[in-house]
Write a protein that binds this ligand. Structure first.
Ligand code: G1P
Length: 290
């Protein structure tokens, strides 16, 4: 069983649910408290043992490349002012040279296509996919839980799922399971954006995956699914004919930060969890509800 060393972050999406901000700010650069979404998700991947980070970017997403690079002038200014803690925080969050790659998805053809764009950098080994809209609050982190499940079942493919709010299944990928034991179950099917009332369960695919590289041969065919897009869910469903897939209901909370309310909740929740901010945040927020 090969270790999961690489992770793909599809970050080319337009962010229409976060307009007008997303017109000029990559939605992945919107902040939850003081860190952009992409930083939360890259940190989650690093904590799960990921060694190489592959961002599938697009037009207008250059800020992420600058974010994961030295800012020489800023660092010099912080050093000159003696702001050593802040300087250390900024520098320690950077990837080492060569640990991060960028590849452009040149047309918005869907999530499956975005993942396929990373094929040459991933190569012939298992890899993780993390959707940066989804900020997961969990200990251990969500991807670390997925890696533990991958090791427990002896490899194959892992899809993280969670219960879907009533009436919302048509917005997501939904899985079918059998032999569920604890948080893990063997997947028997999946469908992207099922018509209301046809969903095979109430468990939706929440944005963390561990996949085998054979998925690329399937995505290569470019078959279109829901919304006329090349869907990762359809590619996985095809791969499931020859490989095992397990669904993991992870232990934690997901915030869908591609959505205004989800993003707002993430900001409040993470501020209340931050020991440096919690008391002040609580005192500042409480009167808003009186
Ligand atoms: C994508 C996936 C879907 C998943 C969802 C989670 O959909 O295709 O299976 O449930 O992310 O956010 P999208 O949000 O791009 O429509």
């Amino acid at each position: 069983m090969k270790r999961v060393r690489k992770a793909v972050f599809p970050v080319a999406g337009l962010g229409t649910r976060m307009l007008p901000a997303a017109k000029t700010v990559a939605k992945e650069m919107l902040t939850v408290v003081d860190r952009p979404l992409i930083d939360w998700v890259v940190s989650e991947a690093r904590a799960a043992g990921i060694e190489h980070f592959i961002l599938v970017t697009g037009r207008g997403k250059g800020a992420m490349e600058d974010y994961f690079d030295h800012h020489v002038e800023l660092e010099a200014t912080l050093a000159a002012k003696g702001k050593t803690d802040l300087l250390a925080e900024i520098v320690s969050a950077l990837p080492r040279e060569g640990e991060i790659s960028y590849v452009r998805q040149m047309e918005p053809k869907g999530l499956g296509h975005a993942v396929w764009c990373a094929r040459d950098i991933v190569g012939d080994e298992p890899f993780a996919v993390l959707l940066p809209d989804m900020v997961m609050d969990a200990t251990p982190g969500c991807l670390a839980q997925a890696v533990a499940a991958y090791e427990q079942v002896g490899g194959g493919n892992i899809v993280v799922v969670e219960p879907c709010p009533p009436g919302e299944a048509h917005k997501y990928g939904i899985v079918a399971l059998e032999n569920r034991q604890g948080r893990l179950g063997r997947m028997t099917g999946m469908v992207e954006k099922p018509a209301p009332g046809t969903e095979p369960s109430n468990l939706f695919i929440s944005g963390r995956y561990i996949l085998q590289p054979e998925i690329f041969d399937i995505l290569e065919k470019g078959e279109r699914g829901a919304g006329g897009e090349i869907q990762l869910t359809d590619g996985m469903a095809a791969l499931m004919k020859s490989q095992a897939f397990h669904a993991l209901e992870f232990d934690g909370t997901t915030y869908d930060c591609g959505d205004k309310i989800g993003w707002l909740r993430a900001n409040v929740a993470m501020a209340l969890k931050d020991p440096k901010l919690a008391d002040a945040a609580r005192a500042a927020l409480r009167p808003l509800f009186d």
